[in-house]
Design a protein around this ligand. Sequence first.
Ligand code: C2E
Ligand code: CA
Ligand code: CA
Length: 379
Amino acid sequence: IYGRNFGDIILQTIAADITQLAEESEGIGCRYNADGFFLYMAHHWNYEKPLERIQFHLSELLKETEIHVRMGICQGTFRSISIEQSFDRALYACNSLRENFTSAFAVYDEKMHEEEVRKARILSDFADAVEKRQFSVLYQPKYNIHGEFPVLSSLEALVSWSHPEFGKMRPDTFIPQFEKNGLIQKLDKYVWKEAACQMRKWKELHGTTIPVSVNVSRVDLHDPKIVDYLLQITKENDIDPSQFLLEITESAYIDDNNILVETVKKLREAGFKVEMDDFGSGYSSLNMLATLPIDAIKIDIGFIRKIIYDKKTMYLVNVIIGIAKEFGIPCIAEGVETKEQLDLLKNAGCEIVQGYYFSKPVSPEEISELRKKAIRQDI
Ligand code: C2E
Ligand code: CA
Ligand code: CA
């Protein structure tokens, strides 16, 4: 804000404190990068002291609210590791404080170590897991509740990982890791293909097709070949693209609207149906509705959790259902767990629901059983 020269003065002020702290403790201090400094010093427990000194000198230059100093600490309890690794760990602890404005320092501990090892394992085990078929695809039914009895209308494919060491893992524990480094594209293609093959198997078994939706990550939408790939797997499995639904999370739309809108248009021109997932969780919801052509709105689970006890949330859900009606597209509520939630949604005119109230995500075999039962009962 105050220009480059003033920025230099700030860095020099920090550097002077770091130098002094190093001298006092017979340690070594240096600048690491832009506004990062390293300090190697004798162990002591009062972490606040060095930080306070830096904060104090900075506040002479700036108002307190204008700067936030973070410090990550790696104590010498890991004697087996190199000095570089020690600093990497201190950095890891320091980065854990990003967006945390209540505490100024973090100590690298066993928990962080486990987390770091686990994250690294998740990434390095990916290739092996695909090869050994540790990823499986579960299906969660969505029901149409418009009529007197709920009718199975489609299924959502959700991935799950049976890790040899960590056991069954929920997608939330590994998908964010894969999204950061592009592996998600491989995983998604795998899931889409599995889902397409499964649809063919069900068609052979039951004679009819039930639409299946798959999750599409933001990264996937930047792949110029996505349309061709989806056309290829649906063709190979003799599936009409209109039966293959694509769930795109609303938060994907913040990135690069143009590319996204173009890709979604191409997907729809190819015959695929697009559902806007987690609707209402981002900040571009209404804006996106105006520019993006979509075939269904999925109300975010966060709303459904609150409708029972929060009138305002129920009011918003009514509004979302109303918008879907105006657009002539169905509205899907996810995460429905109780009869009360179901009744509220049904009364509000919500057409499709998904959630534990009806079923958890289950194996393809369980879906087959469910469909046989439905045929016998003629619903
Ligand atoms: P999502 O797309 O919003 O999927 C719905 C999540 O809500 C699923 O969690 C589902 O199991 C859970 N759920 C369904 N009904 C209920 C309910 O009644 N109560 C509660 N509390 N939860 C319910 P899951 O399987 O853990 O998946 C989490 C997220 O991981 C998904 O959220 C999706 O964003 C992502 N994901 C899952 N599979 C894939 C995939 O193959 N590719 C990509 N890119 N993302 C995936
Ligand atoms: Ca979804
Ligand atoms: Ca969702």
